[in-house]
Design a protein. Structure first.
Length: 81
């Protein structure tokens, strides 16, 4: 199971930048198709909101790859200790 978590970590690390690239590529195409202020603002907001989400995906993947999630508490009482 821990090996699966590490492989999933690599996937998360790759998905973050890939998502940003695809979003910026799509935003540029949509803005080029209809270059009005409304479109620029809409896609600018999408990109700005998604960037921290994508960075969080990379950080989560990094920790998963490093093995930080190898041992998780079995019960909620261990969380309180």
């Amino acid at each position: 199971m821990n090996q699966l978590k590490r492989i999933a970590g690599i996937i998360w690390i790759v998905l973050g930048p890939a998502g940003i690239f695809y979003l910026i590529k799509t935003a540029a195409a949509e803005i080029a198709k209809k270059p009005v202020l409304d479109t620029k603002i809409q896609w600018g907001v999408f990109v700005v909101v998604f960037m921290p989400i994508a960075m969080g995906m990379v950080i989560f993947g990094y920790y998963a790859f490093k093995g930080e999630y190898d041992h998780l508490p079995e019960r909620s009482e261990e969380l309180l200790d």
